[in-house]
Design a protein around this ligand. Sequence first.
Ligand code: SF4
Length: 1003
Amino acid sequence: MKTPAAFPTFPLRDAPGYGQPLAWSVPPDRNALETLSGAIWNVAKQTGQRPLVVLSTAGPLMALRSSLERHRPAKIPPQIAFLPEVMSLSDWLGSAPQSWTFPKVQTPIERWLAVYAALQAHPKLRAWFKAESEAGAWGLAQAIIAACDTLSSVVLSQPTLLLEPQQGGASSDGWLSLLEKLLEEAIEEAYPALARKVVDREAEVLLLFWRYLSDAGNPIVRKHLALAAYQEAAKKAQHARPFVWVQTADGLASERAVMQRFMDEYAVHAPVVDISLNWSDVGLWPEALSAGEAEAGQVSQAKQDAIHNAKAAYRGQWRLLSANRFEELAWMAAKSVEEHIISGKKNIALVAQDRLAARRTRALLARFGPALAIRDETGWKLSTTRAAAALHSWLSLIRAPKEGPSAADLLEFLQNPFVDIPAILGKDPQDCNGLIAELEDRLIAAQAHSGWESFYIAMEGVRYGTVFRQAPANPLLLELLQFVRGRSVQWRSKNVDVSQAYQQLQGDITAFGMATTLADDSAGKQLLDVLLTLEMPLQPNSIKSIQLRLSEWISLLSSAIEEASYQEDSKEAHANLSILPLSSTRLREFDAVVMVGCDENQLPAFSEPPLFFSEALNRLLHGSTIENEFKQQARDLSQLLVSCPAVDLLWQSKSANGEPIRAAAWIQRLQMALPKWQTETQTSCSGSVKRVGTSVRMDGASATPNAALPLPLSMSPSSYRTLRDCPYRYYVRSLLGLRKQHGFDEGIDASLAGQAIHAVLHQFFRALKTHEQTNLSAIAYGSDKRRAWMTQHLNQTSERIFARFIEGDERVLGVLRDWQKQIPSFIEWQLERESAGWRYLDGELHVGFDLPFTAEDGGLRMMRIEGYVDRIDTHIDSASAAVLDYKHQTVKKVRDRAASVLDDPQLLIYARAVTDADSNVPMQGRTVTDAEWVALKADIKNRHGSAERSVAVADLADTALQSMAQITEDVELLWARKTLNAFAPDSVCRYCESRGICRKGMW
Ligand code: SF4
């Protein structure tokens, strides 16, 4: 490696070169930062002043500062003892003198809004650019702004726009008006030329937008104002500070031209050094060398130089590793990092050419715990953070229809850790423990899918017959729901003013306690900063008065969050790992670098082509071209390989479908120049252990309750049915108490619909009974008036009870309509029943009895069997009674049920329970002689006729005796802790939540 050219001496006054920038270059090798620091200190010593150093990219800022500190010369005069000031270009422009006098710069959001408003006014434009959706329109607005900025850069880099300090006069207003005039002239001049060059419709539209966006508040114009302000300040200063410009990346030609002109002007007043990077000894491929793009004659020389550089740089410090699969690649990368840490390296980089593999590697490296501080600089989107998800969950609520949000959205919002529930309710945190878990349980139990009304029903614990048998929820929950609803209804209007919407959102964030919790979180803090960009200034006639639809405003907000990157906090640790893109390794020092994704598809990386400019036009406009991007990547990779003491290049050699993938062409070319450098493969993940075993065939699942497992002393009809259907399922559900975690079902919950009709019938018969007691003559048995009264009241009761359910979920309306079609037939059936002498006694009663059985130890025990009976009728001419059970099913299903009554003896249990000695049902010595299922979905094709609706238990007395004997036997077997086997027909297994445990289908 050659020694870099010595730093030149500034010429004396009147010597050639005085008043001009000094050009110097530094090879970007492993000594680059040291050489650069030496040059900057040299400037300080030669000029006796503290220089200002501006870097064209911000990446090497910290590395250069620490290098300057490390290479501080001994014995320097006190006036230059402070570290030279090092800034990035954007920071330097942002702190221009008198920048407060500049016209207000348009924020990105204001520019988006301006373009979006214009797009809204011309829907045809959105159709042309296929951006009809809101998100598409915001994307189009961003693309238009980016393209207009490129045009502005080109125009403002024209030599005609050179600002003469003397033209501006003493006041800043002078050069401001001058710039406006020059800009106007440049646009006039450039416009027809550009229009001629780009003749298609898109270009025409773009040029119109450019005119519209090009005013003094344009950020590109502001950059020029900042440069003019520095120039003006240098002119006025007695001893302007030396200016050192470091061109760390090639950048756009237009931007380079502007800086060049600035330095030429500045050099009249102060020493200026223009430092560029010299690739002649560092470029490993001809395209990375300056000569790589030169004439044909120089190309072969460039090739030789590149090969020479590669041979000189290779000291065995590069490893090329290939993996067959994605997971293997991530493991290899993690292993490489681990090896570097073990060998004592503290500052490691993981270059994320393949971002997915880098993320997976990061996850694998998490096992190092706090010993390894990982800092991801690849620009995680802020939108992927928990903080952004918290805000989005609120946006989902305010976007909900007026009936209310879905329960899933509501829970997602309230469960997010940034909502401060105790702060909202003004309670101590311990008072709010378990509050949201209770909310979730209740909403799921009530299947309250959506809508505020459904949520209230679920909280109130209202009992419509059997619908809810729960006590009302914690009153704090109702308070919380009211609060959330109150904030969300404020967003009800369809259109929002962007300024007011911002204020309202900030109000919400504060009201939910999120302002504090977000500020305490690193991503949350950055999210709050992004929200600040939406604040519109209070200026008359400004963009703030723009009205957007709520969905458009939310889309704007989402786009702003999507644009923002999340910067992770760094922590002190034993070793540091930076995950970063290739460009961020520029002029930085690492002990080792691991690069994933070095295959032909990902290296070099392709960026999305711009929406507006073709490659040729971009070249014409001195914009960014693919060729320039590739050249820059070749240079960055050269620099990385040449300057870093250890580089591992990893790639996946097979695609997901088994197709071979080669290493990147740059790597293959290096291998040709360096035959010793070979690929290392790893066919299996390091550290994996081969395990051998034999499988044993399973004949079915079974379980034997052990002695420690408590056995039940009560049983509901439904759990007995489970025991009969499949003993193993009973074991899982009732003995182990394992329950599937319930969620919200997709469709309308069938049991909820059935329960609602139960509630209707219960209320209807109670009203009928009351009316009979006060005014029987008006509804005499067998009269038409009775039928009319029943029809009217059953319809009214149905409408009333269903109203609240429908308010919560409009789909329930369909259930109501189906039921209303059943009403005439149901009344017909009821009237027939009355004419046969049956009278409604009561319903929805909790009944039960104690069943004696002998436990294994020979002792007598009691099993309490209990449940809710839907209805009890009595007969007027005898001491008979009947138990009825409503089923929201067809008659056919009910008949099937009747056929297996011993396996599902619900009615038989009720028949015995209502006449039990302990029963609280006023049976007055009656005997149950009849037990029937009543289908609520009868076949009603003839509409008025009495459809078959009920199915009775045949031979009730005998069947009941048989059933009690069977239940006793089953309970005794259970208490004897006999083996419980898994067996059930597929129709039962289909809905079994224990299937994952019994593993039916595997045996
Ligand atoms: S899946 Fe079928 S066999 Fe298995 S536990 Fe459930 S009901 Fe029994």
